[in-house]
Design a protein around this ligand. Structure first.
Ligand code: ZN
Length: 157
């Protein structure tokens, strides 16, 4: 994963791991487009960033608190590229899978039933159309025959 990231705050490209130094500030993190993550558990927690410290411009020690991500109702959105990097690995569930899993059995049954009844309605509709066509054909056989005779006459000439 050496894909270049672009900060939406300062507009600069930065590499994975080089989260800081936004606008030349060593304690300021770059920012990226918001991304939403999904989890089976409503309040899924990820100890995303361990507490650490770094040396500032004047040689001073700067403590950087760790970050624990807590999902809300199974989702978490962040513009923090460092969290995104962690969550891409720790919470890789796609929204589709998540939504499928979050459907309760009752909801799922209801949805499937709705799909089936939709399909049944379509089939009934087609059957009705077919029956209508058959009825129309049956109702005007003379006209069809006459047309065919007329045509064959023209063809013979
Ligand atoms: Zn930046």
């Amino acid at each position: 994963m050496s894909k270049a990231l672009v900060c939406v705050n300062c507009g600069k490209e930065f590499k994975v791991g080089a989260w800081y130094n936004c606008e030349g500030n060593p304690t300021r993190k770059h920012v990226v487009e918001s991304k939403t993550y999904y989890s089976d558990s409503d309040r899924f927690q990820v100890n995303a960033v361990p507490q650490t410290s770094m040396i500032g411009n004047q040689g001073e020690r700067i403590n950087i608190p760790g970050m624990i991500v807590t999902f809300m109702n199974g989702t978490y959105a962040t513009t923090d590229p460092e969290l995104q990097e962690v969550l891409d690995r720790r919470a890789p569930m796609s929204k589709d899978v998540w939504m499928e899993k979050r459907l309760t059995p009752e909801l799922r049954t209801g949805r499937d039933r709705a799909i089936i009844s939709q399909q049944q309605a379509l089939i009934d509709e087609l059957k009705a159309k077919n029956a209508e066509l058959q009825a129309n054909k049956a109702a005007e056989p003379d006209e069809v025959m006459a047309g065919a005779k007329g045509k064959s006459k023209i063809a013979r000439n």
